[in-house]
Design a protein around this ligand. Structure first.
Ligand code: AQP
Length: 347
């Protein structure tokens, strides 16, 4: 192994991020990721967004549902404002550079690093022996997703921070092992009022598309009545809203609803508590439900419209995959060269 090198950042700004089509997208995915993906695109930064279907199958997926969920997630991206002319949008399995680089990173990453990942511990639970090898290696493939494009920034929710740190560790070890300054040290971009949206049933658990309770989350496909009913039934405490954020300490469910309101309204949580100081949840919840419906209903309607034409969605994903491939393939060719693989000309 060569001496460690400090990797400078001579890399142009490029954003990459992804979402697993492992179920219908939730309000957590929307506020923590999708809404911010659109903002980055609208800032004029080069943006590459991926539906990470290879990640989704680290937990068994019904093939028919997986295809449906992938198209539905693509529809959600488009409906939320991702413009395929300005962003690259595709599904991961169509660009094989991801799994090729993922394998190389499996050989760079250490077992101990993977074993410390909290998502692995949460998802594998007590029965790690029965979890898939893919679930264990998930963060190495995620590093490959990002570094196949030498992406410098990744907008994510709070839960993905540790995986981003591991992506940097893999980049540093690759650069050090091969004595190159090849991969950037990618920065997570975790910003906004709702970087960790919590379950509506349990303020200590993240809102998740794979939570067995549908009441725990708002789905982007929920209609107005369902959204209002879920917010009405959301767990809270009997106290009114305080006049400052300090008063929400130790009130995780109340804090969660304030954060959701703030992120949907484009306000800070401080503004929201100032506006609703002293209000009971009987007043706050209907206001939140109205806001959520106003923001989400147009997205749901557009998703439904787009889902009428699955061939068009597939066409957009295919076109995005071709553009993604054109960026990733030359990078991967260089990686093969760096690690010492023979690449013969064929035909
Ligand atoms: N509750 C959340 N609050 C804020 N951001 C969230 N994200 C997910 N849940 C929340 C962000 O959404 C992006 C895509 O996540 P993912 O689909 O790749 O996987 P995940 O983080 O494991 O999301 P889920 O919904 O919990 O999926 P399942 O149930 O399949 O594991 C990421 O940027 C994530 O931070």
């Amino acid at each position: 192994m060569t001496a460690p090198v400090q990797t400078p950042q001579p890399f142009p700004t490029r954003i990459f991020s992804g979402i697993q089509p492992s179920g219908g997208l939730t309000l957590g995915n929307y506020l923590g990721a999708l809404k911010r993906f659109v903002e980055k695109q609208d800032e004029g930064i080069e943006t590459i967004y991926c539906l990470v279907d290879m990640h989704a199958i680290t937990v068994w997926q019904d093939p028919v549902k997986l295809r449906q969920q992938t198209r539905e997630a693509a529809a959600a991206f488009l409906a939320a404002g991702i413009d395929p002319a300005r962003s690259i949008l595709f599904n991961q399995s169509q660009v094989t550079a991801h799994v090729e680089l993922g394998w190389i990173f499996n050989c760079v990453a250490r077992m101990g690093w993977m074993g410390r990942m909290t998502q692995w511990k949460d998802k594998a639970g007590k029965n790690a022996e029965a979890a898939s090898l893919g679930l264990f290696a998930y963060p190495a493939l995620m590093a490959a997703d990002i570094l196949a494009y030498k992406a410098t920034h990744v907008p994510v929710g709070e839960d993905q921070k540790q995986h981003l740190e591991l992506t940097r560790d893999i980049a540093i070890k690759f650069n050090n092992d091969y004595g190159v300054t090849f991969f950037p040290l990618t920065e997570p971009v975790i910003e906004g009022a709702a970087t960790r949206v919590m379950s509506l049933r349990d303020g200590s658990k993240k809102m998740s598309k794979s939570d067995p309770s549908d009441q725990s989350r708002i789905n982007l496909t929920d209609d107005a009545d369902t959204i209002a009913a879920k917010i009405r039934k959301a767990r809270t405490d009997p106290d009114p809203l305080p006049d400052s954020l300090a008063g929400l300490k130790d009130r995780p469910e109340a804090r969660n609803l304030v954060n959701i309101y703030a992120a949907l309204a484009g306000h800070t949580p401080e503004q929201v508590v100032a506006d609703f100081a002293g209000a009971q949840f009987g007043t706050f919840k209907p206001a939140l439900a109205d806001l959520a419906v106003a923001k989400l209903a147009p997205i749901t309607a557009e998703m439904n419209r787009l889902m009428q034409d699955p061939a068009e969605i597939d066409r957009i994903l295919g076109e995005g995959a071709a553009r993604a491939e054109a960026i990733a393939r030359p990078i991967l060719d260089q990686v093969y060269d760096i690690v010492g693989m023979i690449r013969s000309r064929r035909g």
